[in-house]
Structure formats: structure tokens, C-alpha cells
Design a protein around this ligand. Structure first.
Ligand code: SF4
Ligand code: SF4
Length: 162
């Protein structure tokens, strides 16, 4: 069954533990949020705070533009993931992602993105370690059916106010 991470913007306290644990589990034990797949965006003057990560889109632009068929779908969770053996590092997926949820790794010369920790644990580790329960691992339908509370909607609204 396809799953996703529900972002509860109002609960986030901005501690960045999600960034740290993501880089730790995917970066072979090194904490470096720049190498993680979650990014907490803070705009203190505007009072804006929100964790960003891949929304596992229903019609993913990254997958459509990839010339190497390197964006694959995990059969169990429906997570979109990068097959690093097929990826040629062209970064077209980065350009196409409307949420900036794909990162280029200078070490591997390939892109990385959230895969819901499919090879790490039964649940995404950012969800597990968030002290505010601002991230929830749910059936994807629940993410889809709450568009008014979605992270993207909150972001667009906030940017419009700014
Ligand atoms: S760990 Fe939770 S509370 Fe802390 S920044 Fe990430 S989403 Fe927000
Ligand atoms: S960087 Fe890799 S995954 Fe992204 S579009 Fe290019 S080949 Fe596909």
C-alpha cells in the first residue's frame, strides 16, 4: 500500500532533529543536514517554519523527466526512490521537482531523495525521532485527502502573505 509522510506544520518546533537523523541513517553515520533528504525551512522574520521533504507525488515530474529511468517505485510502500546504478547525475529531476526535494550528492555524483527509509527501517526515521510528532507516517490516501492542511498549501499561503 502506498504510504507517505503527513507534515503537521503547526506542530514543528524547528529543532532540526529530522535533518540530523536523516543524514545519519543515510550518510553512513555522519550528521550533516546538507546531505539529508529533509530540509527545515526557517524564515524567522516572517515567522515561517516548515520541514520539506518528498511528497511522493501521484504524477511525479522527477520520474517523467528522467532520461535513465532511474526514479523507481518501491512495490511495498509506493515510495519513489533513485536507482543509483541507473542514475547518470544529469539533475533534470532536481529542476523538475516543484518542492526542491531532490539533492545532488557531490560524493557520489548522483542525486538522493527521500525513499521513506525503505532499506533502513519499518518507518521513516524522521517520523520516529521528531520530538513534536510533527511528522506522521500514514497511508498515502490520508495525505492526499488533507490538501488544505498540507505543507505545500501552508507554504504557498505564507509566501503570499510575505
Ligand atoms: S524534528 Fe520535528 S519538530 Fe524538529 S524540525 Fe523536524 S519536523 Fe520540526
Ligand atoms: S539525476 Fe539521475 S535520477 Fe535525476 S533525472 Fe538525471 S538520471 Fe534521472
Amino acid at each position: 500500500m502506498k504510504k507517505g509522510i503527513l507534515i503537521k506544520v503547526d506542530k514543528c518546533g524547528g529543532c532540526r532533529e529530522c535533518e540530523a537523523i536523516c543524514s545519519w541513517v543515510h550518510g553512513k553515520g555522519v550528521v550533516n543536514p546538507r546531505r539529508g533528504m529533509v530540509a527545515v525551512v526557517k524564515k524567522e522574520r516572517e515567522g515561517f517554519l516548515m520541514p520539506f521533504l518528498c511528497l511522493q507525488c501521484e504524477e511525479p515530474a522527477c520520474k517523467e523527466v528522467c532520461p535513465a529511468d532511474a526514479i523507481q517505485t518501491d512495490e511495498e510502500t509506493g515510495a519513489l526512490f533513485v536507482d543509483s546504478k541507473s542514475c547518470i547525475g544529469c539533475r533534470l529531476c532536481m529542476i523538475s521537482c516543484p518542492f526542491g526535494a531532490i539533492t545532488f550528492s557531490p560524493e557520489s555524483r548522483r542525486v538522493i531523495k527521500c525513499d521513506l527509509c525503505k532499506d533502513v527501517a519499518d518507518e521513516p526515521q524522521c517520523v520516529k525521532w521528531c520530538p513534536k510528532e510533527a511528522l506522521e507516517y500514514v497511508d498515502w490516501e490520508k495525505v492526499r485527502l488533507r490538501p488544505k492542511e498540507s505543507a505545500v498549501t501552508a507554504f504557498v499561503k505564507k509566501m503570499g502573505e510575505g
